[in-house]
Design a protein around this ligand. Structure first.
Ligand code: SAM
Length: 271
């Protein structure tokens, strides 16, 4: 059963510890969907934008480069500090996506890049995005495509299923891939008050520097997947690492590894 408070606390603790590691592992990857995300939210010069779960601030900074007026919000004070350091000209605030510290009807666009899958109550966040948008404003978010297509997750979850224990005790959250399903995106956006949702796929490629990078990044630069890995017995973890290395070899290009990691991009206007 989902225990929202424990799950939120688990996620919060996790993100507080990994701003640098997240940037090193995922910075080059999650930035690949920024331009389609901003286009889907119709961000241009003078658009008032909120970047929800802004992390290191990549999306907020890209919106600012388009001439938009942006605020990034993240519940991790460590992430907010990292974002401010990286992008000193952009405003970042500490705040919860499920209870945004902002007034009603103030933004023309709300964007969320790979954030919604980390929330204990994603429907609450969708309702908040709807609340802070002005009528006609647009919301757009991305999540990972299902493991059948997101090869990094296919490899790590496949290795855990084969050599580890998938039922280790961890605070349970909503299913990690629930918004990878376009029907679920549409249903949730409409339930939150949005109209006419659109869902598309954005191709992305994760370029990993070594054959063991996938294991290292999943172990040190994620929250839920890292929790699953760290809870394995040492012998099982070794087998998981070996299996991930063997699978990664299939995607080797020289010394590097290139994994398809497409994003699902959902967007909708506030009526
Ligand atoms: C996968 S990172 C995405 C970061 C960034 N948007 C990007 O494009 O790479 C997820 C971010 O969501 C934030 N987050 C998770 N739960 C949150 C919540 N309830 N409220 C606000 N931020 C949250 C984390 O602190 C982390 O910075």
């Amino acid at each position: 059963m989902i225990d929202s408070n424990s799950f939120r606390e688990f996620e919060h603790r996790g993100w507080q510890g990994i701003p640098g590691a997240y940037h090193q592992a995922f910075g080059e990857l999650t930035t690949q969907s920024i331009e389609p995300l901003l286009d889907a939210a119709a961000v241009k010069v003078s658009t008032k934008v909120i970047d929800i779960a802004s992390g290191p601030g990549y999306v907020a900074a890209a919106a600012a480069r388009r001439g938009a007026s942006v605020i990034g919000v993240d519940f991790s004070v460590a992430m907010v500090a990292a974002a401010r350091e990286r992008h000193p000209d952009v405003e970042f605030r500490e705040g919860d996506a499920e209870e945004l510290p902002l007034s009603d009807n103030v933004f023309d666009a709300a964007v969320m890049n790979f954030g919604i899958l980390h929330l204990a109550r994603p429907d609450q966040c969708l309702a908040e995005a709807c609340r802070v948008l002005s009528p006609g404003g647009r919301f757009a978010f991305t999540v990972w495509a299902k493991p059948e297509e997101s090869i990094g997750f296919q490899i790590v979850l496949g290795a855990i299923a084969k050599h580890g224990d998938q039922n280790v005790p961890l605070p349970q959250g909503p299913p990690f891939f629930c918004f990878s399903d376009p029907d679920e995106c549409r249903r949730s956006l409409i339930a939150a008050g949005f109209a006419s949702p659109t869902v598309v796929k954005v191709p992305q490629l994760w370029r990993l520097p070594t054959i063991d990078s996938l294991f290292e990044f999943m172990l040190r630069s994620t929250v839920r997947t890292a929790g699953l890995l760290r809870a394995q017995k040492p012998a099982a973890l070794e087998k998981i690492r070996d299996a991930m290395r063997a699978e990664s070899k299939r995607y080797q290009k020289g010394n590097a590894v290139e994994l398809p990691m497409p994003a699902v991009l959902a967007s909708a206007p506030e009526p």
